[in-house]
Design a protein around this ligand. Structure first.
Ligand code: GLU
Length: 309
């Protein structure tokens, strides 16, 4: 796809010029050391090609983007029973907010805010030691990316564990409502480690591809999840994937997406492609500033939208 290749190169060149890059997350000290000048983008297509530009081969901390993969695993384990413990509504609140949890009796609004993802980690922990659950998540992502080099950045995990006071509060609070079945410390161990997975844009675009093709690898036909489940995960990404900036992302970009405070975002164009972008500077909602702008421009140029006729 020569045209798309050129569009990606132009986008990367344009983003490299920009000086308004947002602020790198520093509440996890290890993330604060990342160069705000980075920008990478990759697009995985049905025929197996992955087109990319910029710093698309540099690994970064995927943070909350990992929540899409842990949700997929948890649904595979307990199916719709998950929805007794986690909601499916946008939160309209910051990613680490505690206020709604009290009013809603310890049931997080959705699986993509921190509280919801900690419950998902608790589900993945059932019957396992934390080390086994973390290994299962890593192997699943390596399988999806078709790349065994995907790894957990232990320094990022340790940095988050040392400073994750809000997440500890969320976990303990949910435990007080009976919505965390393991010690908070154990569920958080799983959570911090999956957030600390490091991947490149190329690996991420590839790992998310099953969501663009009815839950299947379009090349091999191998099914990761059912068509219905892929659609539902995409629906959650569209409505809840960008915290209290989810409405704005849907409005501007028009495709399901999931962001992380490491500056990564994945996007899904059903039937066409899966996208990954990385720029570490964040906007006021904690979503990649240039990453969101680049996806908006890319979607507009390629006429990609889930609302297109
Ligand atoms: N590990 C991060 C945290 O719990 C994830 C937040 C994010 O990527 O949005 O704060």
């Amino acid at each position: 796809m020569a045209e798309l290749d050129g569009v990606l190169r132009e986008l990367a060149a344009e983003m490299a010029e920009r000086t308004d890059r947002g602020a790198v997350a520093s509440y996890i000290p290890q993330l604060g050391t990342i160069d705000a000048g980075k920008f990478g983008i990759a697009v995985a297509l049905a025929d197996g090609q992955v087109l990319s530009a910029g710093d698309a081969d540099e690994a970064f901390s995927i943070q909350s983007v990992s929540k899409v993969f842990t949700l997929t695993l948890a649904l595979g384990k307990i199916g719709d029973a998950l929805w007794k413990r986690v909601g499916r509504e946008p939160s309209g609140n910051p990613f680490n907010s505690i206020v709604q949890l009290e009013m809603e009796h310890g049931i997080p609004r959705n699986p993509f805010i921190n509280a919801g993802a900690i419950v998902v980690s608790d589900v993945l922990l059932a019957g396992h030691q934390p080390r086994e659950a973390i290994g299962e998540i890593l192997r699943f992502i390596q399988f999806l990316a078709d790349d065994d080099s995907v790894f957990i950045d232990r320094e990022v995990a340790a940095s988050e564990r040392a400073t994750g006071f809000r997440n500890m509060a969320l976990a303990n609070y949910m435990r007080s409502f009976g919505n965390l079945h393991h010690e908070a410390e154990l569920a958080l161990g799983v959570y911090f480690h999956h957030c600390a997975i490091a991947m490149t844009c190329r690996q991420l675009a590839q790992a998310a591809r099953f969501l663009a093709f009815d839950g299947r690898n379009p090349l091999t036909g191998h099914s990761v999840v059912s068509t219905q489940r892929a659609r539902r995960i995409n629906a959650l990404m569209l409505t809840c994937g960008h915290y209290d900036g989810s409405g704005d992302f849907a409005f501007r970009v028009g495709i399901p997406g999931k962001s992380g405070v490491g500056g990564g975002i994945i996007g899904i164009v059903p039937g066409v492609a899966s996208l990954a972008v990385w720029s570490p500077g964040l906007n006021e909602n904690g979503n990649s500033k240039l990453g969101s702008i680049a996806l908006e421009k890319l979607a507009r140029t390629m006429n990609w939208s889930v609302f297109a006729s």
